[in-house]
Design a protein around this ligand. Structure first.
Ligand code: NAD
Length: 241
């Protein structure tokens, strides 16, 4: 039995990594998927309606969300800035808040009215365990942007709690993705960075995008009907203690 049968889903940053795995899992579970990414060529091969979408373009994002009229909205687009407060610039701060946070504000605002009208809907925001949950070295801007997602998720969930619309966020630990390898390369010592990033998970490995997608299927489906406003941690035990 397909767990997302006949549900319309709208996904940002579905071209690679976690977003791609979520799009593939949603298609497998019977959803009618609209999969978008900044780079439309990355969406090739998905059994979905696909087009290029920059989530920092407010009017394009809101028009696309309204047109798709989704039962499930997955906000995945985000960027990982490296560095401490001493290295942070205002430009990086603004970029992170616009891409990681403001885009989710805009897409949720566009999706909510018709979800409320239908009396059902599930919003899944991709945050990070590096947020309000734990800090990590060199993640000053990233952590504060992802903490904002946790706060936004709780706020919207509460304001809509009696409407049938649920809002949750996923807080992954380190997960295999193309940008993860970029971050390892950017440290100047790929091997050492890889070792350190694996070691911080007590399980001794990094997560697979499919493992995050499984949680996104659950949160998108009616199986999770009693959960809203939560930060769902999936991190190989990183934040357990
Ligand atoms: P990734 O970073 O490898 O890929 C990101 C995707 O986002 C790319 O396809 C890119 O084209 C797209 N994108 C970039 N800017 C965009 C924009 N303005 N509009 C639309 N799309 C845009 O993938 P990932 O590492 O799986 O990260 C996806 C999300 O998961 C991010 O929000 C990230 O912060 C979060 N996350 C990742 C990890 C991890 O370890 N990989 C851990 C926790 C949270």
């Amino acid at each position: 039995i397909m767990r997302l049968n006949a549900k319309r889903a709208f996904i940002t940053a579905a071209g690679q990594g976690i977003g791609r795995a979520i799009a593939e899992a949603y298609v497998r579970e019977g959803a009618q998927v609209t999969a978008t990414d900044l780079k439309s060529d990355l969406l090739a091969g998905l059994d979905a309606r696909t087009f290029a979408l920059d989530v920092t373009d407010k009017s394009a994002l809101q028009a696309a969300v309204r047109e798709a009229n989704p039962d499930i909205l997955v906000n995945c687009a985000g960027f990982v800035h490296s560095g401490t407060i001493a290295e942070a610039t205002d430009e990086e701060f603004d970029f992170a808040m616009n891409l990681n946070v403001r885009s989710q504000f805009h897409s949720m605002a566009a999706a909510l009215p018709t979800m409320v009208e239908r009396g059902s809907g599930s919003i899944v925001n991709i945050a990070s365990v590096v947020s309000s949950i734990i800090g990590a070295p060199n993640r000053f801007i990233y952590g504060l942007s992802k903490a904002s997602i946790v706060a936004m998720t709780k706020s919207v969930a509460l304001d809509y709690v009696t409407t049938g619309v649920r809002v949750n966020c996923i807080c992954p630990g380190t997960v295999e993705s193309p940008s993860l390898h970029d971050r390892w390369r950017a440290t100047g010592d790929y091997e050492a960075a890889q070792k350190a990033f694996i070691a911080r998970q007590p399980m001794g490995r990094i997560g697979r995008p499919e493992e995050i997608a499984a949680l996104a299927v659950y949160l998108g489906s009616d199986e999770s009907a009693f959960t809203t406003g939560q930060a769902h941690i999936i991190d190989g035990g990183w934040s357990a203690g």
